[in-house]
Write a protein that binds this ligand. Structure first.
Ligand SMILES: [Zn+2]
Length: 295
């Protein structure tokens, strides 16, 4: 028990507000996102400043609704979409309390990664708060999905969060099969995951455009692959695609709103399966909460 107490950490927030702006990949709408400091035990809360009464939407899995290829949160009539890369940055940097003020529903796509958000958040210092971050410890295996697409949680090799991702686009395609494994720390997140951009196959992109979606996005804004390879772009890592999938896992698991101690193994999983496992973990395991700073 003593060892467990030693490995929980104090909550943090930002010293000052920082912001990013861009346009939503799906909606093409301009959006400005301001990250503001928040008191202990606030968690991450979105505020739709553009709507009457400025509704608040907590970044917790119970506010998640299903939407294709992205993570959406809704409270009443107010929603925020494509929140996963933004939440991954906050979670990866261990920023536990933050009000995210936005003036549109969809978060900016930026360069398809979390890099610009990590840079913005890194431009102000971290404030340590007088409360411990709740933590969920995975003590046995829990798995969701089917044979082709699954994600599981296991006890980890250390007190932190370890993630292994695997994607399989067949042996011959330009993406191929990729595996990446790492312990998530603010440093590893910033260096090894935050720059990894989202990716799409050209035929998927063409289909979206035919539905009048993603009309502002170009091949410079994310990774677009056709049969021959990557179009008009350079990879930042040889295995950038699977790194991005792990980034998505970090964003989706931040909806547990606590630290997770254990290992996640994701095999071709997507946002829906990730959220399903978050719900299972919150049902199966007790979240340790320390309401006062330990003596
Ligand atoms: Zn993503």
């Amino acid at each position: 028990m003593i060892q467990r107490l030693e490995t929980t950490r104090l909550q943090t927030t930002l010293d000052n507000s920082v912001w990013v702006e861009g346009f939503g990949f799906w909606s093409s709408c301009a959006v400005r996102v301001e990250f503001r400091p928040a008191p202990a035990n606030t968690g991450i809360v979105f505020v739709r400043r553009d709507l009457p009464s400025q509704p608040r939407i907590p970044a917790r899995v119970e506010y998640r609704i299903d939407s294709p290829l992205r993570t959406t949160l809704r409270e009443g009539m107010a929603s925020v979409e494509m929140v996963e890369h933004l939440l991954a940055a906050l979670s990866g940097l261990q920023i536990d309390n933050c009000e995210v003020w936005v003036d549109a529903a969809e978060m900016p796509g930026l360069d398809g990664s979390s890099q610009e958000i990590v840079q913005a958040l890194g431009s102000t210092s971290r404030v340590t708060l007088d409360a411990r971050q709740p933590r969920l410890i995975i003590t046995r295996r829990v798995r969701v999905g089917n044979q082709d697409s699954w994600i599981e949680a296991l006890p980890g090799p250390g007190p932190g969060l370890f993630v292994r991702g695997h994607i399989d686009y067949g042996p011959l395609g330009p993406i191929g099969r990729q595996t990446c494994e790492l312990e998530i720390t603010p440093q590893s997140f910033s260096q090894d995951l935050a720059p990894a951009r989202t990716f799409i196959l050209k035929e998927e992109g063409d289909m979206l455009r035919s539905q009048d979606l993603a009309t502002r996005v170009t091949t410079a804004d994310l990774l677009v692959f056709d049969d021959q390879g990557l179009i008009d772009n350079q990879l930042r890592f040889p295995d950038e695609c699977v790194r991005h999938k792990i980034l998505d896992v970090i964003g989706d698991f931040s909806l547990a709103a606590c630290d997770i101690s254990g290992q996640l193994v994701a095999h071709c999983s997507g946002h829906r399966l990730n959220a399903e496992l978050v719900c299972s973990l919150l049902k199966e395991f007790i979240v340790e909460r320390h309401y006062q700073r330990s003596a």
